[in-house]
Unconditional design. Structure first.
Length: 115
């Protein structure tokens, strides 16, 4: 069997859904494109995307989760290519205070999610 898969979404669990939605809109221009509500409000899933791609960022909020998530030593990231002036976009993200790592030789930087 040959399987031809297409990337669909990447999930991040968050503590404050509204704060995360606002962050991804401001930082990357992602806006809500779908929502799933769990039974009795146990969870909420919001899909974020933009017009550049069908790929979605899935934010999952769990009602009973109150403590921050421990991400351990498993570094994971999503890479987004942004058109335009790299230095201007990086400066914008630095002003937001979300740049957590830079590698100037490779021409990349990472931003942190609010959670």
């Amino acid at each position: 069997m040959e399987i031809s898969a297409k990337f669909d979404h990447f999930n991040i669990n968050v503590l404050d859904l509204d704060r995360s939605i606002a962050f991804y809109k401001e930082a990357l221009g992602l806006t809500p494109s779908g929502e799933i509500n769990g039974p009795e409000g146990a969870f909420k899933i919001i899909y974020l995307k933009n017009e550049e791609s069908d790929f979605k960022l899935e934010l999952t909020w769990l009602r009973d989760r109150t403590e921050p998530y421990n991400l351990g030593e498993n570094e994971f990231h999503i890479c987004l290519r942004v058109p335009g002036n790299y230095d201007a976009v990086r400066a914008y993200h630095k002003d937001m205070g979300c740049v957590c790592y830079e590698n100037q030789e490779m021409g990349l930087y990472f931003i942190n999610d609010p959670d």
